[in-house]
Design a protein around this ligand. Structure first.
Ligand SMILES: *Cc1c(COP(=O)(O)O)cnc(C)c1O
Length: 344
């Protein structure tokens, strides 16, 4: 049976072109700085984001951790969203490994934190308080409907950060999705960030890896942090080669994923038993709720699986679908037909 896998864009396998690039990659010892393919990916990534330098890391989680551990010391405080990936899904690594204190601010349904709420979370100089050091943003915001943060919002946060001498980190796991959805150059969306990470292994289809970008000085320090975390890889060019293809081929097509997600969301909204917040479906992530009591998300996911559609239950009433490179147009119709059968 045909299977349409919408659990996540992380399930995307490397394309044949990536496999070839991996097989042919020129490599060297990257801890010595001698892997030409890793160096090339890092240069490309820095250029693309308008930063001085970049660092290839094994995952988005490592990228965020390396960034925060490099920018903050023990007892420093980071302001971040209560729905953010860093707070929710990264084992509290910033505290566990860095002694960094997380200060959560409520995320609104569009992924923003209200600037007034951020401002009131910033600590004054007082011997009782930790020192606020950094504001962490997430763009697009995974748990908040995959919503992109707009340039004007980012500008507000930049002003706030400057006023209080705070740094900014952007978890840009899907920053290119934000750029596509907003029709803005990605550089504009990260210009205010002291550090920014993006994932090669999600919508961009590479098998492994993320990239951290920032100033030369920051990246030199981040390289040390990566090493102490055990993230110094050797002939990593075989992985970076796929990342180069990802950056060259996969960024410009992301709006296709957004159109598919939109079509899926509208189709789901037409079922009486489901509720979708259509206003917030702007990228490749679709959250929806079950509007009846006799069906749990796990049960619905199980029934859909029998019809060849995979989704992720994400809450007591909620499921998530994510579109990606391997979601064809026919797949959305196939998925909606499966819903029709299961909900009939
Ligand atoms: C997936 C994701 C990460 C972490 O990436 P991994 O490669 O899975 O460690 C970080 N932030 C966001 C917003 C993500 O969606």
């Amino acid at each position: 049976m045909k299977v349409v896998d919408l659990r996540s864009d992380t399930i995307t396998k490397p394309t044949p072109e990536m496999r070839r690039a991996m097989a042919d990659a020129e490599v060297g010892d990257d801890v010595f700085g001698e892997d030409p393919t890793v160096n090339r990916l890092e240069d490309m990534a820095a250029d693309l984001l308008g930063k001085e330098a970049a660092l290839f890391v094994s995952s988005g989680t490592m990228g965020n951790l390396v960034s925060l551990l490099t920018q903050c010391g023990r007892g420093d405080e980071v302001i971040l969203g209560d729905q953010s990936h860093i707070f929710f899904y990264e084992q509290g690594g910033l505290s566990a490994l860095g002694g960094i204190h997380p200060r959560t601010v409520r995320n609104q349904s569009d992924g923003t934190m209200h600037p007034d709420e951020i401002e009131s979370a910033i600590r004054s100089d007082n011997i009782h308080f930790p020192r606020t050091r950094l504001i962490a943003l997430e763009n697009t915001h995974n748990r908040c409907n995959g919503n992109p943060l707009s340039s004007s919002y980012l500008q507000n946060i930049k002003d706030l950060a400057q006023q209080h001498r705070l740094k900014i980190h952007i978890d840009g796991a899907r920053i290119f999705h934000a750029a596509a959805a907003l029709d803005k150059p990605v550089k504009e969306l990260v210009s205010m960030a002291d550090s920014v990470t993006f994932c090669l292994s999600k919508g961009l289809c590479a098998p492994v890896g993320s990239v951290v970008c920032g100033s030369k000085d920051f990246i030199a320090k981040a390289r040390r942090t990566r090493k102490v975390l055990g993230g110094g890889m050797r002939q990593a060019g075989v992985l970076a080669a796929a990342g180069i293809v990802a950056v060259q081929r996969m960024i410009n097509r992301l709006s296709e994923d957004h159109l598919n997600a939109r079509k899926l969301a509208e189709g789901l909204a037409s079922f009486e038993d489901l509720a979708v917040d259509l206003e917030h479906v702007r990228t490749n992530i679709v959250f929806f709720q079950i509007a009846r009591n006799d069906l749990t998300p796990a049960e619905l996911a199980e029934k859909l699986k029998m019809e060849g559609v995979l989704l992720l239950p994400t809450g007591p009433r909620q499921l998530r679908a994510v579109t990606h490179y391997y979601t064809g147009k026919g797949d959305i119709d196939y998925t909606l037909e499966a819903f029709g059968k299961v909900l009939a």
